[in-house]
Write a protein that binds this ligand. Structure first.
Ligand code: MG
Ligand code: ZN
Length: 221
């Protein structure tokens, strides 16, 4: 129904304005921030869990975890060493928006941190449409999901700044053609920074951690 389109546009415009407010606040504290997107089970929380110990002594990290109903992910981030782990329950919503991040930032003293990791709700469709104000959007794909995901979710793959391909330790056991996957990614997002890794074995995590450290250095200066 065409008459609904302006309403949707207004909602997105209001969201983008608040996202700019969030960004100004994050920038004022010299913090580097990422918004992690993925389908459920790709390993967003596992990535955060494995990354935090590797950042110990390098970056002070705050996490914001969006979830439909539980605080399991924030609890895991806190246990893994996050200096602060804020839980946002979306009350059924399938994505985070700038209002929700604004509320989470109200609970954080950003000046105490170098890196803010936002874990979005597991969903490959609408989170990509709602800017939060973070510097970079990171998509976590995983081998068991299948190699066709770039073709099925082009909007999400197109807009991300970095791509993590998790669970590469499972490559020998599943029918995932890395060349077919990469081809799809390259058409949508040529040259996107990509980190093939395994949260289970730790393979490939160093390059990812180095990327976070380098970006945080830039944000701090
Ligand atoms: Mg999670
Ligand atoms: Zn949604």
């Amino acid at each position: 129904m065409p008459q609904n389109i302006p309403i949707v546009e207004n909602i997105l415009n209001a969201n983008d304005k608040l996202a700019q407010t969030n960004r100004a606040r994050i920038d004022a504290a010299g913090v580097f921030s990422i918004n992690i997107l993925a389908s459920p089970g790709a390993g967003k929380t596992s990535l955060i869990e494995q990354t935090l110990p590797l950042l110990k002594g390098k970056l002070r990290v705050a996490t914001v975890d969006g979830d439909i109903a539980t605080s399991i992910d924030a609890d895991r981030a806190a246990a893994a060493g996050a200096g602060a782990a804020i839980q946002i329950n979306t009350g059924g919503d399938c994505h985070l928006d700038a209002v929700m991040l604004f509320g989470a930032l109200e609970q954080l003293d950003l000046t105490q941190f170098d890196l803010l990791i936002v874990e979005n709700v597991g969903n490959l469709v609408c989170p990509a449409n709602f800017k939060l104000g973070t510097h970079k959007t990171v998509l976590v794909a995983s081998v068991p999901e299948g190699d066709d995901k770039p073709y099925k979710y082009p909007g999400t793959y197109r807009g991300v700044d970095a791509l993590v391909v998790n669970k590469i330790d499972l490559l020998p056991y599943v029918n995932f053609r890395m060349d077919y996957f990469t081809q799809g990614v390259q058409v949508l997002n040529p040259g996107v920074t990509t980190f093939p890794l395994s949260c289970r074995t730790g393979e490939g995590l160093d390059a990812w951690v180095e990327w976070l450290v380098q970006n945080a250095k830039k944000s701090a200066s």
